[in-house]
Each structure stands twice: as C-alpha cells, then as structure tokens.
Design a protein around this ligand. Structure first.
Ligand SMILES: [Zn+2]
Length: 79
C-alpha cells in the first residue's frame, strides 16, 4: 500500500510504501522507491465477478518471490 503526500491539488508524491503481505516498509526517496517493489493497480473487467473494482497493492521482493514459487507453471521471465 502507498501513502501519498499532496504537493498541490493535482500532484501527489509517494511518501510511504508498505508491503501488503508482510508489512515491511520499502524505503522511499524523493517520491520513488529505492528497493524493488511489485506494484499492482488492476481494474477487474466485465467478465469477472468484480466488474469495475480497482485492486491495488504492493509486494516487497521477498514476498513476490514467495508468490512466484507457489505457481504450478513458472512465470515467464526474460532479460
Ligand atoms: Zn513483503
């Protein structure tokens, strides 16, 4: 999850990022994360049972790795 600081009415900067799974705080400097973080901001579509719901959360790198280890079929990783 992300906490924002309002700079102006339109502009807001990230003040704090916390891993939704383990509660670890990801360090932020000048409104940007300084460690790897998996940010999800997804709006479910019409054919789901969550039509129109926007889900957002953050995972630290360790929790992301744990998530991927739970996959029966590995994620595709390039690069
Ligand atoms: Zn975590």
């Amino acid at each position: 999850m992300r906490q924002y600081q309002k700079e102006t009415k339109e502009v807001k900067s990230v003040q704090k990022i916390i891993c939704n799974k383990c509660g670890k705080e990801i360090p932020v400097s000048n409104g940007r994360e300084t460690e790897g973080v998996f940010h999800v901001n997804y709006t479910w579509g019409y054919f789901s049972e969550k039509d129109g719901e926007r889900h957002s959360f953050d995972l630290c790198e360790a929790c992301y790795d744990t998530l991927l280890k739970g996959f029966r079929i590995p994620a595709e990783i390039e690069g």
